[in-house]
Design a protein around this ligand. Structure first.
Ligand SMILES: C[S@@+](CC[C@H](N)C(=O)[O-])C[C@H]1O[C@@H](n2cnc3c(N)ncnc32)[C@H](O)[C@@H]1O
Length: 221
């Protein structure tokens, strides 16, 4: 059955009580896990393609892009930008690459925990940044697997630009906003969201299953 997706259920109904302590640790201590060779190679190849195709174009990263449906839509909506969709799943990206891709789009297979830091190390800043329906990891013990609970999160915000996060789990977006406020002291609010047209396959599946959707957009420039 297609439109029978379940809303994430969790014993956690508000912001995780350990999130402030985790953010304190992650902002005080640099995340120094060594880069893996395959992420480094994927990053360097994607940087070379960008240098060749659009060295001056403002950059959009579609993080956790899956098969890249949202990346394709963004590339069409922002023709003057260069879009990099990043996902760790080879099969999903291979599915996406069966489409005819716009010339201002690159789909890259990499682990974002490395790719984001490599962008930061290269001094690259983003114009826009999308985090659409990341895995919610709703179990209480899974806080560190959510991106705002991961040690890479301060780096994600350092990349700047307008960052947008969407989820069908309200708590995820509320925690994302809490973490943005904690790290940057900028205003960030979780709001209910009803798109005119689904931007991603997960968004479409959740809408068709009758879920409420939540979104935050924060200007980090
Ligand atoms: C729930 S899917 C959402 C996909 C797409 N954004 C959508 O809305 O249809 C989450 C995606 O995050 C990707 N992902 C999870 N952890 C990742 C990581 N560390 N680095 C890169 N991609 C990751 C998964 O492979 C998966 O495609």
């Amino acid at each position: 059955m297609y439109a029978n997706s379940r809303i994430p259920t969790s014993a956690q109904t508000g912001i995780h009580e350990r999130l402030p302590a985790l953010l304190a640790r992650h902002t005080a201590t640099a995340f120094r896990k060594p880069y893996t060779g395959y992420n480094l190679a994927a990053f360097e190849a994607s940087l070379a393609r960008r240098e060749r195709l659009a060295p001056k174009a403002p950059l959009i990263v579609d993080a956790c892009c899956g098969a890249g449906e949202s990346s394709i839509a963004l590339a069409r909506a922002f023709p003057e930008h260069y879009i990099i969709g990043v996902d760790q799943s080879g099969p999903r990206l291979a599915r996406g690459k069966q489409n005819e891709l716009p010339p201002n789009l690159d789909l890259v297979r990499a682990d974002l925990a490395d790719y984001w830091r490599l962008l930061r190390d290269a001094g690259i800043r983003l114009d826009r940044h999308y985090l659409l329906y990341p895995n919610p990891w709703p179990k209480i013990g899974h806080l560190i697997r959510r991106w705002h609970g991961h040690p890479v999160f301060p780096t994600v915000l350092e990349l700047g630009g307008v960052i947008e996060c969407r989820s069908n789990w309200r708590v995820y977006v509320e925690e994302f906003c809490f973490a943005v406020r904690y790290v940057t002291q900028r205003e960030a609010r979780c709001k209910p969201y009803v798109p005119d047209v689904a931007l991603t396959p997960f968004e479409r599946k959740y809408l068709d299953s009758g879920h409420a959707l939540f979104r935050a957009e924060v200007d980090l420039t």
